[in-house]
Design a binder for this molecule. Structure first.
Ligand SMILES: [Zn+2]
Length: 497
């Protein structure tokens, strides 16, 4: 790297800030929640592909990337500090010919309408109007006109659950490199779609998401076309930019019209709107538990979806634990249930004070949002502790009655992979019922589940989106309104008038 021959090559600064923030959550995301990667570390972890073919003739400079687990809104102070860090790092390498923006798209900051657009505006101000900006994003991002006006090149995931994160970043970088090498002038078209659905209904493993996303590939080889991105948007944000959207990027003068393609894709999404549904049986928790108890196969895996920390939920509600403990079939040990993981540092401390094998009266969820769930008080046995998880902090396994085990954590932690259970000595595959705070099941949990249900539980990311009260989203918006007409109309950017 850094050879003499690279001295004349165009340079691309790489910066990013990524988080998915629920505006309905009482929790706040602060600096301590962010993992910050820099320089070589950042290159290795997020951009290992840069050493492959297709990125030559351009010097990529990984600077800083800050990323947080989904959660409540980011505080203004935290946002400003990270923005300052990014701009400071950028300042040191100016001038650059391009900036690669490694974003999520559903970042929501207290007091700001459009955090990604604000961040890009601050960067644009430093780098000037001629600098090429390219962004990679999650398809659960909320994409505004203001963002599209400022960014020249987009690439968004085409899979959910996401398995093309790195491929999407590579595509974004490759397009930037190629555009710089060839000196292309780009244009793009944006179509906002008045549809706002949760990720659990728009998985690309199920129809109609599967066909809609697979269908994007049919445009990929058109002459001059760089990218077709389709966002389903992020449903748990009460903001005017929360809706589905399409952006198509093409080379100016190539004969391929990005507006026409964007309108075609948007029309297809609109036409499919009534067909989106949950991919597993869904219902209120009481109903789901009734069905789970009746199942002869095991384990039955139930998603406690309203309190899913990877969608922006807090992960501290004892709602599901209370419901399971209320069923004698589990309490008496006729069936065995495991409920993971409830974030409650105070209950963990109380268990710690009591020690292993102690039987105590424990209040779980004392500080949880009372709107969604009352605290749950129960006589529990402290089974054991585990201290070696960097995400969860101290974890404690407790037992209620004969057949119920639950995990409480000191810090927020999703339980989405086999090792999350196994390090605690838990064997979810031997359980009759496993309740996880998640939406659609990720690969390990799909493998685990002999049968799966989605429980429409209360919480900050309530899957019953139509029960959530919005004030700021554009109206009409499907599925909040169902009886209205709509026709896609592309907005063009990047063409000098
Ligand atoms: Zn996502």
């Amino acid at each position: 790297m850094g050879s003499v021959s690279e001295a004349s090559h165009p340079r691309v600064a790489m910066v990013g800030m990524a988080s998915e923030n629920c505006t309905f959550s009482q929790a706040r995301t602060t600096l301590a929640d962010f993992e910050v990667l820099r320089g070589e570390d950042l290159r290795k972890k997020r951009y290992p592909f840069l050493s492959e073919d297709g990125f030559g003739g351009v010097v990529f400079l990984p600077l800083v990337h800050a990323r947080a687990l989904p959660g409540g809104m980011i505080t203004e102070e935290t946002y400003s500090q990270i923005e300052e860090t990014l701009l400071g790092a950028l300042q040191e390498v100016l001038p650059v010919e391009a900036v690669y923006l490694d974003l999520h798209g559903a970042m929501h900051v207290e007091g700001r309408q459009d955090a990604e657009a604000d961040l890009v505006a601050a960067i644009r101000e430093r780098v000037g109007a001629d600098c090429l900006l390219g962004a990679s994003m999650d398809l659960h991002g909320n994409v505004s006109a203001s963002l599209v006006a400022q960014v020249d090149l987009f690439s968004a995931y085409r899979t959910a659950p996401h398995i093309d994160e790195e491929a999407t970043r590579a595509k974004g970088c490759r397009m930037l490199a190629e555009s710089l090498r060839e000196g292309w002038t780009l244009e793009r078209s944006w179509v906002p779609i008045p549809v706002l659905l949760p990720g659990e209904m728009t998985s690309t493993l199920d129809e109609p998401g599967a066909s809609l996303y697979a269908g994007l590939a049919e445009f990929d080889d058109l002459p001059g076309l760089l990218d077709v991105s389709l966002w389903v948007g992020y449903v748990w944000a009460d903001t005017p930019r929360a809706h589905a959207a399409v952006v198509v990027t093409a080379r100016e003068g190539s004969g391929t019209d990005p507006a026409a393609i964007a309108e075609t894709v948007a029309q297809r999404y609109w036409d499919a709107r009534e067909a989106f549904r949950f991919n597993v049986p869904a219902g209120p928790l009481s109903e789901v538990l009734e069905k789970a108890i009746g199942e002869s196969v095991k384990p039955v895996v139930v998603s406690d979806s309203g309190d899913n920390p990877t969608a922006g939920g807090v992960g501290n509600l004892p709602f599901a634990l209370r419901a399971v403990a209320g069923r004698s079939v589990y309490r008496d040990g006729q069936k065995h249930a495991l409920i993971v993981g409830i974030w409650d540092p105070e209950a963990v401390a109380q268990c710690t004070a009591a020690g292993v094998d102690a039987e105590i009266l424990l209040v779980i969820g004392r500080h949880a949002d009372g709107r969604h769930s009352k605290p749950f008080e129960a006589r529990v046995t402290v089974k054991h502790f585990f201290d070696h998880d960097p995400v969860a902090g101290r974890q404690v396994v407790i037992q209620i009655g004969k057949g119920i085990h639950a995990v409480l954590t000191e810090r927020r932690k999703p339980f989405h992979h086999f090792p999350d259970f196994h390090v605690l000595g838990l064997k979810p595959e031997e359980m009759d019922l496993v309740v996880v705070k998640i939406g659609y099941l990720v690969t390990d949990l799909q493998k685990l589940a002999a049968k799966a249900f989605l429980a429409l539980t209360p919480g900050a990311v309530n899957q019953h989106a139509t029960e959530v009260t919005y004030h700021e989203i554009e109206r009409p918006m499907f599925p909040f309104e169902r009886d209205f007409e709509w026709h896609p109309r592309a907005v063009r950017f990047g063409i000098d008038s």
